[in-house]
Design a protein around this ligand. Structure first.
Ligand code: ATP
Ligand code: MG
Length: 486
């Protein structure tokens, strides 16, 4: 027996404002209704040899809230007390009684009531799991209490509340999340549907498809709008916690090749919109999703079983000149080089100091602490040069850019006999020569099909047009044909 019906009257208020008729109505439905339900269930269950009765209460019967709804709160407190007593009185008759205490649930009613992001966040900071519950999660709670799986459970206040009623302070917003299959499908799908205020809006470029002669924007409504409230809420929380900006990354790669598409021409994201746009536009992300294990010996075992995560880092304005890549072989630091392919005069003078710093940092903090003997470590040294920061770990393999080295020489390097080096561009001419031989990233940062799509216009023009179109949200879906090659 599931006594689930109840009301929260819109005129339910504080002690001074709540009218007696509202109080009585609420008590009649929420308390007397449950009593009657129990009464008749007990009569039936005595005949059938026992059963389980579940009465819906609420977390507000366990903890106070500063949003007054006096009659409702009192009625739910009564449900808890009544259920406990019933459980004791009928315990030997094989009739179990439990209260179900839902936390805030993402129902249309509550979402209409909490109709701004601010109002939602005001609640979510109190929910340890950082999200609203789903109706189905309550249903599973009731299912458990109704089933014989809970045969030794009676008289409890059964909370399905994301940890709410156990909270003193709640965790900071999470910075990474495992991506559900539906999100991965969304990343793979043609077209770009982007969220706005939590509700994804149609904002689609005609698919980036090299077969298309030109770019067209249609205003058809997409048939399927993606909706990932938990991911969006995580992004918003991270942006707030990180003072306004996050840097997105999948398991291995950041969408560096797509930075051109954003208003800031960078990877700084302030909304779910920014994150989705970058992820969807990036070939590097696509590579993570489909080709990360191509060169691995154990591809068959790992490729399908490795879950994908979205990682959000705090955004820092990094000086490209102070980013360095370190090559580690057999646990020894065998080479360091600058990461940005430009000549920086000032680096020449502080090269030795930087080398010592990075070397000491590696010995003190990284050596023997990373789960592999061969890897590539990216570090950053802020201008004050007091600390070394880890930016990333990469595989010791040609999938990682060897920059001022070649993979051949790194592979041949003999840890016993060869001397480690720190390579920087010592002159403009050297940087120029290097970039002529090995085209720097900027030269090939656009996926070829995007260059085709830009139809001879400059990328800046194209990006501007795309942004204009997206801002007006007048963009529709591409046709739904899947093009596996795009
Ligand atoms: N938190 C951050 N805030 C701002 N910029 C960042 C941040 N983290 C990284 N970057 C910038 O983005 C670049 C790429 O970051 P990262 O090395 O993590 O990505 P990646 O995809 O692994 O790159 P690679 O393919 O070169 O290994 C860095 O060189 C740095 O300039
Ligand atoms: Mg990397």
């Amino acid at each position: 027996m599931f006594n689930n019906a109840g009301i929260m009257h819109p005129m339910d208020d504080n002690a001074l404002n709540t009218e007696e008729r509202i109080w009585d109505l609420t008590m009649d439905i929420n308390v007397k209704g449950v009593w009657y339900g129990c009464k008749h269930a007990i009569i039936a269950m005595r005949k059938s040899g026992g059963g389980s009765i579940i009465n819906t209460a609420s977390f507000v019967a366990l903890m106070g809230a500063a949003t007054p709804q006096l009659a409702y709160t009192a009625s739910k407190g009564a449900v808890l007390a009544m259920t406990r007593e019933l459980a004791m009185v009928h315990a030997r008759e094989n009739i179990r009684f439990n209260s179900l205490c839902p936390g805030p649930i993402r129902t249309p009613l509550l979402m209409d009531f909490l109709n701004t992001e601010e109002k939602k966040q005001r609640r979510l900071v109190h929910v340890p799991q950082g999200r609203f519950g789903e109706a189905i999660e309550q249903a599973y709670g009731a299912l458990f209490l109704a089933s014989d799986e809970s045969s030794f459970v009676t008289g409890v206040d059964f909370r399905v509340d994301g940890g709410l009623a156990s909270a003193y302070v709640t965790p900071e917003g999470s910075k990474f999340t495992r991506l559900p299959e539906a999100f991965l499908e969304y990343l793979d799908a043609d077209g770009i549907f982007l969220p706005d205020e939590g509700q994804p809006q149609a904002a689609t470029i005609e698919e980036i498809d090299s077969d298309n002669e030109s770019t067209t924007f249609s205003d058809e409504e997409p048939t399927e709008k993606p909706e990932f409230p938990e991911i969006e809420s995580m992004i918003r929380q991270a942006v707030e916690e990180f003072d306004g900006g996050v840097f997105p990354k999948l398991n291995w790669s950041s969408p560096r090749d797509a930075a051109w598409i954003t208003p800031t021409q960078s990877l700084m994201c302030t909304t779910p919109f920014d994150v989705y746009l970058l992820l969807k536009s990036s070939d590097f992300i696509n590579h993570d999703l489909h080709h990360a294990f191509d060169d691995c010996d154990d591809k068959d075992n790992t490729a399908d079983s490795t879950p994908f995560h979205l990682v959000l880092r705090k955004w820092y304005d990094l000086q490209p000149s102070m980013e360095f890549r370190c090559f580690i072989k057999a646990n020894e630091l065998i080479g360091i080089c600058q990461r940005d392919p430009n000549f920086y005069q000032f680096l020449v003078g502080i090269k030795d100091e930087l080398e010592d710093k990075i070397h000491d940092f590696y010995e003190d903090h990284v050596k023997d602490k990373f789960g592999s003997d061969n890897f590539v470590l990216d570090v950053y040294i802020p201008r004050d040069r007091r600390k070394v920061w880890i930016v990333d770990f990469n595989p010791f393999s040609p999938t990682t850019d060897s920059l001022l080295y070649t993979w051949e020489e790194l592979a041949k390097f003999d840890v016993q006999t060869d001397e480690p080096e720190f390579r920087i561009y010592e002159s403009q001419a050297e940087a120029d020569a290097f970039s002529r031989n090995a085209p720097k990233f900027a030269a090939n940062m656009l996926p070829k099909d995007v260059i085709d799509l830009s139809d001879g216009r400059s990328i800046a023009e194209f990006a501007e047009e795309l942004q204009r179109a997206m801002a007006s949200s007048a963009l529709g879906s591409s046709d739904d044909e899947q093009d596996e090659s795009s």
